[in-house]
Design a protein around this ligand. Structure first.
Ligand code: ADP
Length: 289
């Protein structure tokens, strides 16, 4: 597939920059598509829970990374914040350079529709609709006209190897094919970021492995992909791994071109509250390398 140009989002830069300005940011690095700075998230439950405790990282266009951690480490909370489905308690989340705290709900919905593609473990496909319509309907909120939606949907299904199955309904597709439809739906709007939450969780290991191959291929063709997983074997396949524990980043590791050994960036911990859920200081941050 010759998708290299088409998978790269049209505007992988902050909206405040002039159109066509593709100069690298200061320091020679590309502008991040996603930036979290000292992010905390508290849930006002009884007892209150601090789910994120000063999380900071940035994702450059074209990265493929895993956010990995055990149950309760804060991955879902982080997914909601990265996906602009929720706002942080303190700290800053920027998507394509835009501070989500400064946006109205309507602006946030527009940013989400334009810039973020979601892939979930459960696929969430409409059973009565064809693969083509499942993908095309994902572009409704981006305000794309029907003919264009269908054209882009067919193109995206081609990217994931389902160009011959446009008219198939989900019940006529295997689990792996259904997840490919979900990936096509996420990619059809050429989002700045694809967030894949346990994308292989419903698949057998061979199908799951093939799906990871596909994500790697789509990444080499320009898509920026963040995989959220509890599975260290999946995370180990990714060029970059961010490990979470108790609401903190404990390691942020990027594999060098030649493969192992790895270069490890110490996790930044702007931690305004070092107390654990039980009010005791947490020593887990010592897991840092
Ligand atoms: P993970 O996805 O890694 O399992 P979560 O982000 O779901 O982690 O949870 C992090 C912590 O926040 C856990 O202690 C969890 O019980 C708590 N939590 C998550 N959502 C809520 C909520 N809506 N209200 C209260 N506590 C929550």
């Amino acid at each position: 597939m010759s998708t290299r140009a088409s998978l790269r989002p049209a505007a992988s830069r902050p909206a405040s920059r002039p159109a066509g300005d593709r100069r690298p940011a200061a320091g020679g690095r590309p502008w991040p598509v996603l930036e979290l700075d000292a992010v905390t998230k508290n849930y006002p439950s009884r007892p209150p829970v601090t789910a994120l405790r000063g999380v900071s990282f940035a994702v450059a266009p074209g990265e493929l990374l895993a956010i990995v951690g055990p149950s309760g480490s804060g991955k879902s909370t982080l997914l909601h914040l990265m996906g602009t489905l929720d706002r942080p308690s303190t700290g800053t989340v920027r998507v394509t350079g835009l501070d989500v705290a400064a946006l109205s709900d309507r602006e946030l919905s527009a940013l989400r529709a334009d810039s973020i593609g979601f892939v979930f473990q459960q696929f969430f496909l409409a059973e009565h609709a064809t693969a083509l319509d499942n993908v095309a309907d994902g572009l409704l909120y981006a305000g794309v006209a029907l003919a264009e939606r269908r054209y882009r949907a067919a193109e995206a299904l081609g990217w994931v190897g389902l160009g011959q199955k446009l008219a198939a309904r989900p019940t006529q597709l295997s689990g792996g094919e259904r997840q490919r439809v979900a990936i096509a739906r996420a990619l059809a709007g050429r989002p700045a970021i694809v967030l894949a939450d346990e994308p292989t969780g419903s698949l057998d290991s061979a199908t799951g492995s093939a799906l990871l191959d596909l994500l790697e291929e789509l990444n080499t063709e320009g898509a920026t992909i963040i995989v959220i997983t509890h599975d260290h074997a999946i995370a180990a396949r990714m060029p970059r791994q961010i490990q979470m524990l108790d609401g903190r980043i404990v390691t942020d590791t990027t594999r060098t071109q030649a493969g192992p050994p790895t270069s490890s960036v110490p996790a930044r911990t702007a931690d305004p509250d070092s107390a654990g859920h039980d009010g005791q200081p947490s020593s887990r941050a010592e897991h840092r390398p």
